[in-house]
Write a protein that binds this ligand. Structure first.
Ligand SMILES: [Zn+2]
Length: 138
């Protein structure tokens, strides 16, 4: 599908194109997200990019009141916290991302196992935009 290197940089490139891509080992079929240049399972170097559905379920989450600078610039702070979580993707792997649509004020209202769909949030970062991986409760 592509000859892009299996790096975080390539993964981020795909995010900017609004694609969630994993790397699948062509020997043992294990899927990696973010990608790895070498399969840690069978030490094979033959991997291939695979477009993922972006569907998953909420495995864990936490409300963040003081986030990294990029999130502060995006308007999140003590008064406007956001949720970060672990998403179990339909294809198998888990990934951490910002989760939208959760109740940040009353976390007990949120359901582990809630269905999620990927969304790509384009944020202005001065000169250019950066695409943030996020998931939204369905
Ligand atoms: Zn493998």
């Amino acid at each position: 599908m592509s000859d892009r290197a299996f790096t975080h940089e390539s993964f981020q490139h795909y995010l900017e194109e609004h694609k969630l891509m994993g790397a699948r080992c062509q020997n043992c079929a294990t899927l990696y997200l973010p990608p790895r240049p070498l399969c840690p399972n069978c030490y094979n170097e033959q991997l291939a990019w695979e477009l993922l559905s972006g569907k998953g379920v909420l495995a864990a989450f936490t409300a963040i009141h003081i986030g990294p600078r990029s999130m502060q610039i995006a308007g999140y702070d003590r008064k406007n916290p956001y949720c970060s979580g672990i998403v179990h993707l339909e294809e198998g792997p888990a990934i951490s991302a910002q989760i939208l649509g959760l109740d940040v004020v009353s976390p007990e209202n949120n359901q582990i196992g809630a269905p999620l769909q990927v969304i790509f949030v384009d944020r202005d970062q001065g000169e250019d935009t950066q695409t943030i991986l996020a998931f939204e409760v369905q």
